[in-house]
Design a protein around this ligand. Structure first.
Ligand code: 9MR
Length: 551
């Protein structure tokens, strides 16, 4: 072939290839902050001052990837006012100046906390403590009130205990609940334009603690206390499971009229790292970003650091680490890509559905429930795998039996002695649905005639010394309506009940008996209701309850 014809063909091929490439490919590799800003959200990082002044890689990533920053420590009371009346703003100013130079916002952390507060505050009388609190807020918030960089504050931090009671801190023990309203009012007075947040951990999902927070925010706002925003810290761990109702939880707070945000996201793992742990961790990061994307009132997500070189995790949880999105050599991890793609998904158009899930396998088939497990799908379209829908094949009108964020589901409320043909479709962050998996067929067992009920408990969230079981789903498996139910189950040795909702629980030894509340005892055949409870267990113990039976 003549060389000029070859050239012409190659040129044409090149043009064709360029045409096939997504027009947004340059933008798709943009830094996190570009994609977040395109959604009018922030992507933040907590910054430590020492690497910020000493390490170029740290500084460059902090400046280029994030559009909001939080001081990891230097705006806390023990740094700002170590002794009464002596203020030290040098660290705080350094963070604010860095942010201003890089066109970033600052979220102030934190005004009133039981930790990192000097002894001189803790020993004050009630009236002196109240005055000291108001003065501290007025000095610190007031310093940056006219500075457009500082946009929001954690006014009170971690005021609940793990069961949803008030934390027995020196603040609460000296001043009672009133310190919270007083702190918010002082912050509003010091900067009428700053957004004022209440912040806590283990409140990402719906549980006793987040419900206590929800009730408090609702009641404070009814009283005119200026609570503008709720922060969910988001210190997650892959071994404790993902709080799969995080979006639902954010939305219920948003419905109170407050802004919501994730303030301290990290996802730790038991060391050593492995690629499968990295993949799970990436899924957690992606799910958090997707939840914030899906809730209009979610302002953004802040990661608690960004490099594994500087993280509070290994110092606090022995044997755990690698919780962040860059490794200790500033290399991006799969979790970085997950955050990136979740932020970018939707700003670029992802029209590529995930691959079809594997054929579901059924197990634990009872008269009204069954477990399905399948091989996970993958998603290459950019928005990331978001979850699965499970359907019953019924000719032209298939019904959706449930949704799951993992490659398994426990189906409840099934009809006894019935053949089910089911299939699964994967969903990505942009809403694309995969092809159907192959069908699985199972038949439920024959059910009791007349009355009968079943109970299935799901561990929603767990941490070092406790966990929440939510929901326990109680289903009328019989053929006639029931007007009450009693569920029993066994707590492992050393575990103690710490709270419950939507049922009355009594404990005898390790056996717990849960009776319906006044409003959820009536169940039609196949009807179901739920209750939940929280348990304290010895640190390091990972057992959970067993032997749920219903009568
Ligand atoms: O990451 C912070 C760590 O460097 C400090 O030593 C520690 C002191 O208590 O605080 C860490 O940050 C905490 C944050 O201020 C509030 N939520 C929990 C964070 C992790 O402990």
């Amino acid at each position: 072939m003549h060389s000029s014809s070859l050239l012409r063909i190659l040129t044409l091929l090149g043009m064709f290839a360029a045409f096939l490439l997504p027009a947004t490919s340059a933008e798709a590799s943009a830094p996190l902050r570009t994609h977040a800003a395109a959604r009018s959200k922030f992507i933040g990082a907590a910054l430590a001052t020492s690497p910020l002044s000493n390490e170029t890689s740290y500084r460059n990533i902090a400046a280029t990837e994030f559009n909001q920053v939080t001081a990891e420590n230097v705006m806390k009371w023990d740094t700002v006012q170590p002794s009464q009346g002596q203020f030290n703003f040098s660290g705080a100013d350094a963070i604010v100046n860095f942010a201003t130079q890089n066109n970033q916002q600052v979220h102030g952390h934190t005004l009133v906390w039981h930790s990192q507060t000097p002894g001189w505050v803790q020993g004050l009388s009630a009236s002196a403590m109240r005055t000291a609190m108001q003065n501290h807020i007025s000095q610190l918030v007031g310093r940056y009130a006219s500075n457009a960089t500082v946009v929001s504050w954690d006014v009170v931090n971690e005021i609940f205990d793990d069961n949803g009671g008030w934390r027995s801190s020196f603040w609460y023990n000296t001043l009672g609940q009133s310190f919270v309203a007083d702190a918010f009012r002082a912050a509003r007075a010091a900067d009428p334009n700053a957004r004022l947040c209440i912040n806590d951990y283990n409140v990402e999902g719906i549980n006793a603690k987040s419900t206590a927070m929800y009730n408090l925010v609702s009641s404070l706002r009814q009283q005119g206390v200026p609570v503008d925003c709720v922060g969910f810290q988001g210190h997650l761990a892959i071994q404790y499971g993902f709080p799969s109702d995080i979006q639902q939880n954010m939305q219920r707070f948003a419905d109170l009229g407050v802004q919501v945000r994730v303030t301290e996201l990290d996802v730790r793992m038991q060391m050593p790292r492995s690629s499968s742990k990295d993949t799970t961790q990436a899924t957690y990061y992606r799910n958090v970003i997707n939840a914030c994307n899906a809730v209009t009132a979610c302002a953004g997500v802040t990661i608690w650091g960004f490099t594994d070189k500087y993280s509070w995790v290994p110092d606090t949880f022995s044997g755990e680490g690698a919780a962040l999105i860059y490794d200790e050599n500033y290399q991006q991890k799969p979790s970085y890509t997950a955050v990136h793609d979740a932020l970018a998904g939707g700003t670029t158009t992802d029209t590529t559905p995930p691959t079809a899930p594997g054929t579901p396998a059924s197990s634990n088939v009872t008269s009204n429930s069954a477990t399905l497990t399948w091989t996970a799908s993958t998603d290459s379209g950019g928005s990331g795998l978001a979850g699965y829908n499970v359907y019953r094949e019924q000719g032209t009108t298939d019904t959706q039996l449930g949704q799951s964020t993992t490659n398994s589901i426990n189906l409840t409320g099934l009809t006894p002695s019935t053949q089910y043909q089911v299939y699964v479709r994967a969903r990505d962050g942009a809403g694309n649905l995969s092809a159907n998996s192959a069908l699985a067929t199972f038949t439920t067992q024959s059910g009791p005639v007349g009355g009968g009920c079943t109970a299935v408990g799901t561990v929603q969230n767990q941490w070092g010394n406790g966990y929440v079981v939510q929901p326990v789903t109680v289903t009328n498996s019989g053929s006639s309506a029931i007007t009450g139910w009693t569920v029993t189950f066994t707590l492992p040795a050393g575990h103690t009940l710490a709270g419950s909702w939507n049922a009355t629980l009594t404990v005898s030894g390790q056996t717990v008996t849960a009776r319906n509340a006044g409003y959820n005892g009536n169940l039609a055949p196949s009807g179901s209701t739920t209750f939940g409870f929280q348990v304290t267990r010895p640190s390091g113990n990972t057992q959970t309850p067993s032997g749920y039976t219903c009568a």
